[in-house]
Each structure stands twice: as structure tokens, then as C-alpha cells.
Design a protein around this ligand. Structure first.
Ligand code: ATP
Length: 337
């Protein structure tokens, strides 16, 4: 039995169908990410699991018991918000203890568990600081400790890293994943950042227009996107369709090839590989790699990503305007809906 079972979940705001018939099973100990563009309904799903929003229809079960209509405080789940929601006048340890105080946990036990949680988020020694004496990353950790201290079965995280700069964000992604493994709590994580989702998740549910478009492991989502939307939203989509598909691939439909699977002018490709002639229109030097935009004779533009193992920036930049042959293995080419 799944830890969380969601069936036929729907919610409209006026004429907007925010969530439209979502079914989702979440396993115990899983790190699952709800990924999608702004307005796709992922936050509303999270809020219905938390109990902040009442669904129009559908059910949510936790541990086999229906919780759809229970108030938030009667659910064995806890939420970490993007804005941290820390009390500014309380020091860190008191902030972390707060939920336990509400639950009337004895003082000694409270302190013990709060110190444990502080240690889990690597902030031992910061207990007496006020939130405004902490960096953004540290405040984020306190918010996390405050949720962990209650030892919920499920932790809901709504874009918790959204306010951090890129470097800190990437560091926190790794730490958060490690922490989740350590504590073994089920994490349901909302983000619009595909890289973040790919890095952290056991599984990803890709949302668009209130529906789950695809639910799978990160590698499967990336390598075998089910439709055009997922192909475009998760990674750069090279879509080959219509006449271009007939000319280039000899088949009808819409196909995708990831940019890093395409080689430029490399001699040693297998005879089974696809070949396509084109002209380099744009070159973007990215440091460790270069991105080429290539217009093919078949009438489609493909993005190619190439590691800069040997080449200098001048060498790659000078390739703009050159005629090239692109090639890729047949197994890198997928049909999407
Ligand atoms: P974001 O990343 O921007 O938070 P999201 O994918 O989480 O987007 P939701 O916040 O779930 O999307 O919103 C889905 C749709 O429902 C949007 O069109 C949004 O404007 C609408 N919506 C959400 N909450 C409310 C509300 N309380 N009142 C009216 N409309 C709402």
C-alpha cells in the first residue's frame, strides 16, 4: 500500500481549473517532486495534501486513512514554506520548539528534540541567534528543522530554495537530499526548476494545466519524455516533426533528440547512425561546453551541446556559419505524442 493515495483530485478557482483529475501514489520514504510551470497546479495539490485547501472532488489517503477533509493540524504532514515563516522575535531554538510547545510536549523533551533537529540541519551552536542574524541559507535550514522536529510522516516543501542564489541553491539541493535519506521521511517537493527536480528526486510528476503529464524517475522523464510539453519543459527540446521528420528520418510523427546526444562532424559514428547536413547559425560558449544552433537542410533547427574537451573558446566561436554534418545514434531518437 502506498503511503499517500490521491484519486481524482480536482479544484477550480472560478473558471480556472487549477487541478484537474489528479491520481498519484506516493511511497513511504520517497522524494517526489511536483514539477511544472507557474500556474500548472502543483502548489494547489500540495496545499490540498497539507489541508490548506479543500478539493472540489477526489480523495487523499494517508496510511490508508482518508484525510481529505481533516484540518491541517490533524494530518501527519508538515510544510516548509519558501518565505520560511520564522518568528522574528524568537531565537532559533525557540522557533524550532514552537510546534512541540503547541502540542504540549514536556520542556526537556522539547529541548532535546530541537537540539537534535538543529544538528540534523548542521546548525549546532546557532540556537540563540535571532532569524535576522542568519544568512538566507541558514534561515532555510531553521525552517526545515522546525518542520522536522515534529517527525511527520510526510514533509511538504513549497519551492523552499526559491529565494536563494544559484550557488547556495545547488549546495542546498545536495544537502536536502542527503538529509532526506538520513531521516527517511517522505518528501513532496514543489519546484518549477527542472534541474532541481532532476538532481533531487526519486520520481518526478510533471504538471501542466492541472494534470500530471508524466510520472517517472528523473532519467526516464529526461530520456523518454512522453509528449511535446514534457520534452520542452524538462531540458532543451529538439523537436523534429512534419516534413522535416519525413525527410530526415523517413517517418511521420514528432520526434526528439537531446542536444548532448548529437555529434558534429565526428568521423567515427556507427553506420546505423542518423546523419543530417546543416549550417551553424549561432554559437554560445558556456565554459565547460558549447551550444550550437544548427539549421538543417531538412528545414529544422537543432540545438547541439558539445563538451569543450580540447577546443579553445576562439576555435568554437569561429565555427559560426560553417557547414556541418550532425549525427546521432538511432536509440537517441524518441517519438513523442
Ligand atoms: P506557481 O509556481 O506560480 O505557484 P503552480 O503550478 O503552483 O504555480 P497553482 O498555484 O497551483 O500553480 O495555481 C494553479 C492555478 O490556480 C493558477 O491559474 C492560479 O492563478 C490559480 N489559483 C491558485 N490559487 C488560487 C486562489 N486562492 N484563488 C484564485 N485562483 C487561484
Amino acid at each position: 500500500m502506498a503511503l499517500i493515495e490521491i484519486r481524482g483530485l480536482s479544484k477550480a478557482f472560478g473558471s480556472v481549473k487549477a487541478v484537474d483529475g489528479v491520481d498519484l501514489d506516493i511511497e513511504s520514504g520517497e522524494f517526489i517532486t511536483l514539477l511544472g510551470p507557474s500556474g500548472s497546479g502543483k502548489t494547489t495539490v500540495l496545499r490540498m495534501i497539507a489541508g490548506f485547501e479543500v478539493p472540489d472532488s477526489g480523495t487523499i489517503k494517508l496510511n490508508g486513512e482518508e484525510i481529505t477533509d481533516l484540518p491541517p493540524y490533524d494530518r501527519d504532514v508538515n510544510t516548509v514554506f519558501q518565505d520560511y515563516a520564522l518568528f522574528p522575535h524568537m531565537d532559533v531554538i525557540t522557533n524550532i520548539e514552537y510546534g512541540l510547545r503547541v502540542e504540549k510536549v514536556a520542556k526537556e523533551e522539547r529541548r532535546k528534540r530541537a537540539l537534535e533537529a538543529l544538528d540534523q540541519v548542521r546548525l549546532s551552536g546557532y540556537g540563540s541567534r535571532k532569524p535576522n542574524q542568519l544568512s538566507g541559507g541558514q534561515r532555510q535550514r531553521v525552517a526545515l528543522a522546525r518542520a522536522l522536529v515534529k517527525r511527520p510522516s510526510v514533509l511538504l516543501l513549497d519551492e523552499p530554495l526559491g529565494a536563494l542564489d544559484l550557488k547556495l541553491r545547488q549546495q542546498m539541493q545536495i544537502e536536502l537530499k542527503e538529509l532526506q535519506r538520513e531521516v527517511g521521511i517522505t518528501f513532496i517537493f514543489v519546484t518549477h526548476d527542472q534541474e532541481e527536480a532532476l538532481t533531487m528526486s526519486d520520481r518526478i510528476a510533471v504538471f501542466d494545466k492541472g494534470k500530471i503529464q508524466q510520472l517517472d524517475r528523473p532519467a526516464a522523464i529526461y530520456e523518454r519524455p512522453i509528449n511535446e510539453f514534457v520534452a520542452g519543459f524538462v531540458g532543451v527540446s529538439n523537436l523534429i516533426e512534419g516534413d522535416a521528420a519525413s525527410k530526415l528520418l523517413g517517418k511521420r510523427g514528432t520526434f526528439t533528440v537531446r542536444p548532448e546526444k548529437i555529434s558534429i562532424d565526428s568521423g567515427g559514428v556507427a553506420s546505423t547512425a542518423r546523419k543530417a547536413i546543416g549550417t551553424i547559425k549561432e554559437v554560445e560558449y558556456l565554459g565547460p561546453a558549447t551550444r550550437f544552433n544548427v539549421d538543417l537542410e531538412a528545414g529544422v533547427r537543432l540545438v547541439v551541446l558539445k563538451q569543450n574537451t580540447q577546443e579553445s573558446s576562439q576555435e568554437v566561436m569561429s565555427m559560426r556559419g560553417k557547414s556541418v554534418t550532425l549525427s546521432w545514434e538511432l536509440e537517441s531518437e524518441y517519438q513523442v505524442q
